[in-house]
Design a protein around this ligand. Structure first.
Ligand code: SF4
Length: 430
């Protein structure tokens, strides 16, 4: 039924019964987020201050740009730096100077900290402050951490955005606006902007935007709607500036997207008829696109190992809209603030975990042998070799998956590995 209120037709709003695990983890670090952030923020440069390992990671993850100068680089800390025998601050400042000279059109330089820079306690904040002062009004220099010490890869974006919040201008209470928080592919951003405008919500801004030169204002008239579920620190930083966080499930699938838009419509007093008129066609289209995949996905068992922080909303989508049975869902971190609208929608009979103990999570997957395991790249290959089908969770970050028009594409990402399995079995050697 179009207009069904997701949050009211399901289980209780009890807090999630999570088992917390500690131990060895297998996740990418926050530097990985530079891959999508540098594509999104088109006038920014990301300078990683790290080791050769960091340089290799970012180079292979982001690929080499042949026709354009890349907007990311690594200032490599050598052994002498790590041993405290060289003045790293001087060296980093020299490299920043080079970047500025070579790319005078840049509007923002992000100084991205790494495990090595954190271990030697290199004060990137201070360096950023110095350059910001020197180039006041022309260039913003912001430091943030992409380190892999006790973090996961989507936290890179959270750290980047939360460190930009202090630079956002103060907005007044009269400036009633909707701020969509979390980087979205441009195509999704355009779809969302169009739909909000049709509904009559015209003062809508996106953070991060395509250009970093302009940062949206934030204040008591700002309502924030998270487009990504891993932005707890950014949300708290915006709330501390006076903004209000709208509670909504994340825009995955037809129902999730509908409820996400509904939260905005309710907050801006949009008439129910207008909201329904605007969302009816895209909602029905999204539902139809999911029908195709239901036959492939319904009844299949899926397990999520902790990696992207998208696990909980995706498990909700797969269970409610595709009929899959999540057996185990693990998330690297559970944030009650950002998950409050997802929790009541979650299916029962699932084992929920926060954190990871790699050995025990692999053992559970081997024992339960789900039809599909969503996990990090490093774990996927060994599991595939054991005849288990996997989906790389990082692929979900590189694909447009939010919104009505992407609902079918999102389901396709989970259906593809299962289809591949059945194709392989037809002509299998064993
Ligand atoms: Fe490795 Fe840490 Fe560098 Fe990431 S930041 S590539 S985890 S050393």
């Amino acid at each position: 039924m179009h207009g069904a209120v997701l949050a009211s037709d399901t289980g209780s709003a009890e807090p999630l019964d999570l088992t917390v695990e500690h131990g060895q983890r297998a996740v990418f670090c926050g530097l990985t987020s530079i891959v999508w952030l540098h594509r999104k923020i088109q006038d920014a440069f990301f300078l990683v201050v790290g080791s050769r390992t960091c340089a290799h990671l970012i180079q292979s993850a982001a690929g080499v740009m042949i026709f354009a100068e890349p907007r990311f680089a690594t200032a490599v800390l050598e052994d002498r730096d790590l041993a405290g025998m060289a003045d790293c601050v001087e060296e980093v400042e020299r490299v920043i100077g080079q970047v500025i000279k070579r790319r005078p059109n840049l509007k923002t330089i992000f100084l991205v900290g790494s495990c090595p820079s954190e271990v030697i306690k290199l004060d990137l904040d201070n360096i950023a402050r110095k350059f910001k002062e020197r180039h006041k009004g022309q260039l913003r220099v912001v430091a943030y951490s992409g380190s892999g010490i006790e973090t996961t890869f989507t936290q890179g974006e959270d750290s980047c955005l939360s460190n930009l919040v202090p630079d956002m201008p103060q907005a007044s209470e009269q400036d009633q606006k909707l701020l969509i928080v979390g980087s979205l592919p441009d195509i999704v951003e355009d779809q969302f902007a169009r739909l909000f405008a049709e509904m009559g919500i015209t003062n809508v801004e996106f953070f991060p935007g395509r250009q970093s030169e302009y940062l949206p204002g934030v204040g008591p008239g700002t309502r924030i709607l998270l487009a990504q579920p891993y932005l707890g620190d950014t949300a708290r930083a915006l709330i501390s500036r006076g903004a209000t966080l709208l509670k909504a499930p994340y825009p995955y699938g037809a129902q999730g997207t509908l409820e996400w838009f509904r939260a905005a419509a309710l907050s801006f007093d949009i008439a129910v008829e207008r909201f329904q008129d605007c969302t009816r066609a895209p909602f029905e289209r999204a539902k139809r696109s999911l029908e195709v995949y239901k036959t492939e996905l319904a009844g299949r068992r899926v397990a999520f190992l902790p990696d992207s922080q998208l696990e909980i909303p995706l498990a909700r989508f797969l269970a409610r809209e595709c009929g899959m049975h999540p057996t185990e869902v693990a998330t690297p971190f559970y944030d009650a603030t950002t998950m409050s609208s997802e929790t009541p929608l979650l299916p029962s009979g699932v084992q929920w975990y926060e954190g990871q103990n790699l050995d025990s999570s692999l053992e559970r997957v081997r024992n339960s042998r789900p039809d599909l395991t969503v996990c990090g790249l490093g774990i996927a290959n060994p599991l595939e070799a054991e005849g288990l089908r996997t989906k790389w969770s990082i692929e979900l970050m590189f694909s447009p998956i939010q919104g009505f028009d992407q609902a079918g594409d999102l389901a396709e990402l989970f259906a593809r590995p299962l289809r591949r399995k059945s194709r392989l079995e037809v002509g299998a050697w064993n």
